[in-house]
Design a protein around this ligand. Structure first.
Ligand SMILES: [Cu+2]
Length: 220
């Protein structure tokens, strides 16, 4: 015979556990392509919570410490980085030559005078927006930090994809790419389960790669 009383108690307990548990995250995959349909890497993707339910667990991701934008082989790596507003970024120089990192962007103006070896203290980013990085010594060096007004953000990989885990709710989807021809319109999306979004961005073609030697000629 079943004990009805304990069944009811168990059901009540299960309900309490469900209520106390943090909101279950849904996986949102954003696949970004060029107007021609090619996978587009290096696109920043931000999901900005539009309602309180989605915004609730906003604190977590920045607890991991500063993000990293290194300089290696006279390039910023990664070339594009997203951080939550209020987050910090470290700029280690992995090269044997000195770099002089700067930004004149409105979202964050700063300068890390000539250095190599020891990494300067991380730089905090308190205002949402796009920060363009340069190096005073190497004019060709360009890097970008997209400061997001949200803890849910990332950069598309070589397949043009990024997967973000977010609680169910309403979000504004914001896309950005360094070579975009115009600012894409932000759109509202509702997340109530796993979701895949295919989006296109009209971008300028990448600059022609510098021919570095015979191999490059043979490859053409
Ligand atoms: Cu440099």
């Amino acid at each position: 015979m079943r004990d009805n009383g304990s069944n009811i108690a168990a059901a009540a307990l299960a309900t309490l556990v469900a209520l106390a548990a943090p909101a279950v995250a849904d996986s949102v995959t954003v696949a970004v392509r060029t107007a021609d349909g090619d996978a587009l890497s290096g696109a920043a993707v931000v999901l900005r919570p539009l309602d309180a339910a989605a915004a609730a667990p906003a604190a977590a991701p920045t607890a991991a410490g500063p993000a990293t934008m290194a300089q290696q082989n006279q390039e910023f790596t990664p070339g594009v980085l997203t951080v939550s507003r209020g987050g910090a970024v470290s700029f280690p120089n992995l090269d044997a030559v000195q770099h002089h990192v700067y930004s004149f962007s409105a979202a964050r103006t700063f300068e890390l005078p000539l250095y190599k070896g020891e990494t300067p203290p991380p730089v905090a980013f308190d205002q949402a927006g796009v920060v363009t990085l340069g190096c005073n010594i190497h004019d060709h060096m360009r890097g970008f930090i997209v400061v997001a007004d949200s803890p849910f953000h990332g950069v598309t990989d070589d397949a043009g994809r990024i997967e973000l885990d977010v609680p169910a709710g309403e979000y504004q989807l914001v896309l950005w790419h360094a070579r975009q021809r115009e600012t894409p319109a932000a759109e509202s999306i509702a997340v109530s389960g796993p979701l895949t979004l295919d989006r296109r961005l009209d971008v300028r073609p990448p600059p022609k790669p510098v021919v570095k030697g015979l191999k490059a000629w043979v490859a053409e």
